[in-house]
Design a protein around this ligand. Sequence first.
Ligand code: NAD
Length: 281
Amino acid sequence: PSGNILAFQDTLHASRNIIAVAGAGLSAASGIPTFRGAGGIWRKYDAISLATPEGFAKSPSLVWQFYHYRREVALRAVPNKAHLALSAFSLSSLRNQIVPHSTFTLITQNVDGLKTVAASEQPDLIEMHGRLFDVQCTNKKCQYTLFDTTSPVCEALSGTEELVEHGTLDPEIDQSTLPRCSKCGDLARPGVVWFGEIPRHMKEIDKLVQKADLCLVIGTSSTVQPAASYAYEVQEQGGKVAVFNLERSEGDEEADYLFMGPCEETLSKALGLMVSDDGKV
Ligand code: NAD
């Protein structure tokens, strides 16, 4: 793959339907740990067993502590320069100066809700793995979802963040004190998509992937399906792929362009945008 920005920009300018597939690396500079990369706190945990329906069924209190902690971290985080660059690029008025007559959609695997004002005003952000701040009923007949609950989900979990930070989960938290559905009273769960579950908005994503002629792959180890396959699909239909990653990952070698380094630095440069330290684009 080429690391030549000018060559990438030629491709960018010739593209019409652009998608970006983002992973945990996009939010790393905002202080949100990644799953597999260096320095991730998940090295202390078997994150996979804390992110499955089976793990939740076995111990809802351990899983809730893990998610309560993640919610608290995400609440304190602010968008970094890579989020800001994507947000600016999603504004059609700005993007069309760079890439005339183009469309752009960010498909993120992240659940941290970190997006910027511009992205939240546009229907061009797909959070395929749900959101940490949504809370969903476990009762299949009810399935009530409470969206955007940024207030603490239950008393019993507050104060457990420090334990999680130090690699311990408290097995003593009583299940009856965990968050309950405000409609039917059954146990509630985090409104995220777990391993073994079907991601959200699949039809919409398939349509976007099928017509994409450029796919930006940002801060993902490309190990979680189906997101990991979107770049291949775009390439198969003749489109181009540009990867922005810190460490080498699955499929990098197949990319047309590869920009190694922190995406909060590489992305804005590649897109031809200037993002200042105070967040102005
Ligand atoms: P991952 O942890 O498997 O991979 C992270 C990737 O990001 C690595 O390839 C790493 O080299 C790269 N990276 C780290 N810092 C970077 C930076 N500053 N710039 C560019 N790249 C950087 O994450 P994944 O591929 O997203 O898959 C893990 C799953 O875990 C996803 O399904 C996601 O839903 C979930 N997850 C989400 C968050 C979040 O919401 N922020 C955090 C952790 C995990």
